[in-house]
Design a protein. Sequence first.
Length: 287
Amino acid sequence: MKEAYVVLDIETTGLSRHSHRITEIAAVRVENFQVVKKFETLINPQIPIPSFITSLTGISDSMVKDAPVIGEVMPTFMKFVKEAPFVAHCATFDHGFLKHNAQVHLSQELTNPKICTMKLSRRLIPELRSYKLSSVCEHFNVKNSAAHRAMGDTEATSKIFSKLLTLMKKQGIEKREQVLNFQDSKIKQFTSVDNMAKAPLGCPSHSEEEPLMGIDLVNGFTYLGKSSSRFGDNVYILHDYVVLPTSDLGNIEDRYRSKDRSATSPGIVRIDADKGLAIRIGRPGFN
């Protein structure tokens, strides 16, 4: 993709673009396959940073107390990105926060196209069991020495995107519009219970805004989806968010990925360590 693009990452105080705040933005501008500019700043969110966010990102209240506020940062950031597409891992999250802040502080609509390296990874490397940033980095042997900091994740995402571009080029996908169409193309569906049981974790194919999973209560396999309703005869999805400290994330996913679907089962927990959350999912009536 010869057109200019901007790879970016943000750190925030939480998950909601409406009630939480950005604490850090980093971006690199790529033109003719070369990084030509970098943008990086801490941001004072003007609210306390939760302790579990500090434990995840390392960003503390003391670090941001003298940093500019988001209203001061957005004009400079928008001049940096211009009209280039945004590239990010799970791009809807980053794009959503930036779009909201552009509306609030600049009365401006953010119309830049967004390219998601998680979506592309799901289509280009379907054998992965997880599509969180660290897993894709491991697959491509990309080292991220500053994970969960905006520039560290930005530079890792940039390297991943470069490798994904190489894979797409082999399929004749080289122009920006081709990349955008490809990332929204249908993912090959699993057709058997055995294959469904091996379904990779990550953003679901039909709605990739949030990484959720469902369970088939009869056959005991994992189903990728995002819904509060029913899929087929036996698949029910009910989701709620449980934000946990990073130290608690370690073994939760394995512990609950049991095939015991009794009425007291707590369901399946999907871990997204990159954003510091766990999502518990079960049938209506589960506790």
